[in-house]
Write a protein that binds this ligand. Structure first.
Ligand code: HPA
Ligand code: ZN
Length: 347
């Protein structure tokens, strides 16, 4: 039977490396948790989910975070998030969570990590789609809060707390403009010393030099977004040479930051791929931008005229960019090869 491009690209096995757990919260779940926890949305959701720029988006993101108040709330979100991912052909994800606001208001990191693990374990048993977690520093709180809160994570590791093995790395998100990334060097050093992987949001709303600092001062192994890399030919050459992954989110950039990114046609993604960068494809905040990974693969294929073999290569590049071990990477590459051969045959 002929199948649509959307159906084919939804069934293509994929991984995702740039997605915020809080940004996967469906509108119905948001309404339910807001009601349960006595939080009033500032506007009807369809009005709230329209953004002028990154800072306007972050206000909404922070509101979404505010409805998560108990271990069970995090578990429900995490469980639903795995089910959505699995229904989009996602076989493995490394997902951000950003607990700074919750920790500031007194919630325990142990409860958050345990809740997320409860939900993800249930989702994995049901679907087979696997998830690891990335603890994101919220840059907006500044470096000393980052150090203090990261110490809570390291303490959970020393105690082998429930679910902590699922957290395999750190990142940082939130405001980029006007923030010198190097102030977070102590937190990144502590994470490295504890054996955690490192990434960071950079180059969505900051220039190429900030990407260089994230690599050279913070020791990031990947860069989240990274679109301003194209401003600096020497940096592009280095990232191509070292195959440092960029986790790019074209549709989310257009929806979240229309000031900077007016349309998919104007997005840097095809230029990044053409330059030989390991530019992976991701949704960022799918529920807040009306997106899924199957839809994002379809958007990109349509916008840039990419055929199925290019989309399969993008899926493989995602696997290459993961922090999974070599055996798991081989297994995921093999699953992509096997299913994409069937999809090519069916098409
Ligand atoms: N950028 C920065 N912080 C974020 C984002 C983003 O796209 N999504 C959620 N937090
Ligand atoms: Zn992001």
């Amino acid at each position: 039977m002929p199948t649509s491009l959307r159906d084919t690209l939804t069934r293509l096995p994929k991984v995702e490396l740039h997605v915020h757990l809080e940004g996967t919260m469906l509108a119905d779940t948001l309404s339910e948790l807001a009601r349960k926890n006595g939080v009033t949305p500032p506007a009807p959701l369809d009005e709230m989910y329209r953004y002028a720029n990154l800072s306007g988006f972050l206000d909404v993101f922070w509101f979404v975070q505010s409805v998560l108040q108990t271990r069970e709330d995090w578990a429900m979100l995490a469980y639903e998030s795995v089910l959505q991912a699995a229904s989009n052909g996602v076989i493995y994800r490394e997902v951000f969570f950003t607990p700074a606001r919750h920790l500031r208001s007194g919630m325990s990191l142990a409860d958050i990590v345990a809740g997320v693990d409860d939900g993800m374990s249930a989702g994995e048993r049901e679907t087979g789609s696997e998830t690891r977690m990335i603890y994101d520093i919220d840059r907006d709180f500044g470096p000393s809060v980052a150090d203090e809160q990261l110490e809570m994570l390291l303490e959970l590791r020393r105690r082998a707390a429930h679910g902590i093995d699922r957290v395999i790395g750190i990142g940082m998100d939130s405001t980029e403009r006007g923030v010198d990334p190097s102030v977070f060097a102590p937190a990144y050093r502590a994470a490295k010393a504890a054996g955690l992987h490192r990434t960071g949001h950079q180059g969505e709303d900051s220039p190429a030099w900030a990407i260089e600092i994230a690599l050279d001062v913070l020791g990031c192994e990947r860069i989240d977004h990274g679109i301003s890399v194209l401003e600096d030919a020497a940096l592009v050459a280095r990232l191509v040479d070292e195959q440092i992954p960029l986790t790019v989110c074209p549709t989310a950039n257009v929806v979240i930051n229309p000031d900077k990114c007016v349309s998919l046609d104007a997005h840097a993604y095809p230029a990044m791929r053409a330059a030989g960068l390991l530019a992976t494809l991701n949704t960022d905040d799918p529920a807040l931008v009306g997106l899924s990974l199957g839809a994002e693969y379809t958007n990109v294929a349509n916008a840039y005229g990419y055929g199925l073999s290019t989309m399969v290569q993008i899926a493989h590049d995602g696997v290459t960019a993961t922090w999974a071990d070599d055996d798991d990477k081989r297994r995921m590459h093999a699953v992509i090869d096997e299913v994409s051969a069937e999809l090519l045959h069916a098409g």
